[in-house]
Design a protein around this ligand. Structure first.
Ligand code: SF4
Length: 366
């Protein structure tokens, strides 16, 4: 029997309850329910804890566009790698980014060719590196969602306060609300509800997601990341779907409030403003990211160090469809053959939050 890795009585009871409700859904509507987990951390947690596998045949859990590395489009990745071509530069980034294949190599390859590429845990570390190397330009590659944007703002604040003039940031951030609107507008995937990201909700608050219920008649539940949290959220989603009630529930009250983190939102909006962003496999979505306000362009690497963009090289990678929930990773012909975590072809196999990596690590049939 398939079981979630959390063997506590409560988890097993909840799992059984979710299955019973899913059966009732199937009897009522003649199909199994489909829920999208928006967040890459949920994708990994659902696979790692065994919840996804345990619910196969009962609930279809579709991975959404919530992995920041995966949704960054190829032109942006190529541009970030091109930044290493400049002289006297130190490029800083988060760990996964160095392995993401660009059209003509990776940041890791640039490093092995002698370019100064460094992995940091926080953009604030990049500010420190800039202070230590005043005669070099330190550029941080800023990708991420609403969880990361306040941290990027904190780094800019520190650089501003310390008057660090050789620090800048190449922003390619994404916002959750615009992409959910786009997915619902496109209607390519039939969904019965959303498992909403706990971390983004911590910053943005429950109220931020109310548009799903009021404008799209879509139930949604904010969830934590343990097996128990996710099973509880799925139970709520099934109950709401069966009652045909469109409500946005907060099932992660220990962390998420109605209004979110007011301070974090203040600092996001202090340095950054809405901008159009290109999403992998989807294209440009209006006002779907944040970039520097004009008055802070001294920190804007796109303004200070423009790089020519070129047409990306096409591959058979189907990350774009994985991100939109149109296919599961094993439906890509390269999955587990040409594309593995050791030799990734696309970002969904590189990222620690990527669907292809989650499938490969925890759900692959031998
Ligand atoms: Fe892309 Fe690899 Fe995933 Fe296929 S298996 S979609 S090539 S990352």
């Amino acid at each position: 029997m398939l079981e979630v890795t959390d063997h506590s009585t409560l988890s097993q009871t909840l799992l059984q309850e979710v299955k019973t409700l899913a059966d009732r859904f199937q009897q009522t509507f003649g199909r199994i329910p489909s829920f999208m987990e928006v967040c890459g951390s949920h994708t990994m947690a659902l696979a790692r804890t065994g919840v996804k596998k345990a619910l196969e045949g009962y609930v279809r859990l579709i991975s959404g566009p919530g992995c920041p590395v995966c949704v960054t489009d190829q032109v942006t990745i190529d541009a970030m790698i091109s930044l290493t071509d400049g002289v006297n530069r130190i490029i800083c980034t988060f760990g996964d980014m160095v392995r993401v294949p660009g059209s003509y190599g990776t940041l890791m390859q640039a490093k092995t060719e002698g370019k100064d590429v460094r992995v940091v845990y926080s953009p604030v570390d990049a500010v420190r590196i800039a202070e230590q190397h005043p005669h070099q330009e330190v550029i941080f590659l800023g990708i991420g969602f609403e969880t990361t944007i306040p941290i990027l703002a904190a780094a800019v604040k520190e650089a501003e306060e310390k008057q660090v003039q050789n620090f800048s940031m190449w922003m390619s951030t994404k916002l959750v609300e615009p992409i959910l609107r786009q997915l619902l507008h496109d209607g390519e995937v039939a969904l019965d509800g959303f498992l909403l990201p706990g971390h983004v909700s911590m910053v943005m608050g429950r109220k931020h997601f109310e548009f799903l219920a009021t404008e799209y008649n879509m139930p949604a539940v904010i969830s934590g990341f343990e097996a128990l949290d996710m099973l509880s959220a799925l139970r709520h989603l099934l109950l709401l779907s069966l009652e045909q009630r469109a409500v946005v529930l907060n099932d992660y009250k220990s962390v998420v409030t109605e209004q979110g983190n007011v301070q974090a939102k203040y600092w996001m909006n202090h340095y950054f403003t809405l901008c159009d962003e290109a999403w992998r496999g989807i294209g440009v979505i209006s006002h779907s990211g944040m970039d520097f306000k004009r008055e802070y362009n001294q920190f804007n690497a796109k303004v200070r160090f423009p790089v020519p963009t070129r047409e990306p090289r096409r591959t058979k990678c189907r990350c774009g469809e994985v991100i939109r929930g149109l296919i599961d990773p094993p439906q890509c012909a390269l999955f587990g053959r040409a594309c593995t975590p050791l030799n990734p072809i696309g970002p969904c196999m590189v990222s620690s939050e990527g669907s292809c990596a989650a499938y490969y690590q925890y759900m692959r049939e031998e």
